[in-house]
Design a protein around this ligand. Structure first.
Ligand code: HBI
Ligand code: FE
Length: 277
């Protein structure tokens, strides 16, 4: 099924004053945390696209700017959509964003990506050419993964980069993954908490690593640059998929392997405390 079938109107003029107010609360809280914590490319994209100081952005305004830079387009969808149309939209440089916003009592946790997560978290980097090119390539890769039965493995790559990725910079570790960028709690946790393991980016390792969707991550992977992400994934994945099938191995979220290049070895104290709670 084509991704276009899931596209709806953003309905920007229907947002209520309370909904814009929710965005502004989230925006102000999170924007203040980013300097010194988010990578330069992300802050640059947020400033260049002028994302959100006034309330929920109008996708038409974002698209006017994106059309002149990377040619990407933000399209509204009602929530999570199936993998195939999701990949198909990315392959055509269309980023599906939820058009709804969380309720005031859900400021810190939501089950489905809303307009704050999707636009504040993901859209700034769509203004960066290398990141944008990677996202398109990922879309094509996703469509191919369907034929190999390896969408689950490829989705882990998305999870540990686009959603929860860290970057090594000359000024230290920085966040760029949208799941972190849109969460004040995880922004601090991902960078400063002694609990999680932090490893150097490794495509095969990531594709063999489980992930948790309902709490802070227990493992993060750090890239050196978006060029690295683009280069190391702009390849024929077929041999990797063969190897995955041959090895048939899954790392749990708190596991380390002999071959891991460790940036910080986590105590896992946060996850252990949760378990006994
Ligand atoms: N749908 N709206 C939306 N947003 C996503 O991030 C998304 C999705 N559908 C599928 C999906 N992500 C995942 O399968 C990807 O991580 C691969
Ligand atoms: Fe997301």
């Amino acid at each position: 099924m084509s991704g276009d079938a899931f596209i709806i109107d953003q309905g920007w003029s229907s947002y209520t004053a309370e909904e814009h107010q929710t965005w502004k609360r989230l925006y102000e809280r999170q924007r203040a945390l980013l300097p010194g914590r988010a990578c330069d490319e992300l802050i640059q994209g947020m400033d260049d696209l002028d994302i959100g100081a006034e309330g929920i952005p109008n996708f038409d305004d974002l698209n006017e700017k994106l059309s002149k830079t990377t040619g990407w387009e933000v399209v509204a969808v009602p929530g999570l959509i199936p993998d195939e149309p999701f990949f198909e939209l990315l392959s055509r440089k269309k980023f599906p964003a939820g058009n709804f916003i969380r309720k005031p009592h859900q400021l810190d946790y939501i089950e489905e990506p809303d307009v704050f997560h999707d636009v504040f978290g993901h859209v700034p980097l769509l203004n960066n050419q290398v990141y944008a090119d990677h996202m398109q390539a990922y879309g094509f890769g996703g469509l191919r993964a369907k034929d190999h039965g390896t969408v689950k493995n490829l989705a882990r790559l998305y999870w540990y980069t686009i959603e929860f990725g860290l970057m090594n910079t000359k000024n230290g570790l920085r966040i760029y993954g949208a799941g972190i960028v849109s969460s004040p709690g995880e922004t601090i946790f991902a960078l400063d908490d002694p609990s999680p393991n932090r490893l150097q980016f490794d495509v095969m390792r990531i594709m063999q690593t489980d992930y948790i969707i309902d709490d802070y991550q227990q493992i993060y992977f750090a890239l050196d640059s978006f060029e690295q992400l683009y280069k190391e994934t702009d390849i024929d994945f077929e041999p990797l998929y063969k190897q995955l099938k041959a090895e048939n191995k899954t790392y749990q979220v708190d596991a380390l392997a002999k071959t891991d290049v460790i940036i910080t070895r986590g105590t896992q104290a946060y996850a252990k405390a949760k378990k006994t709670a």
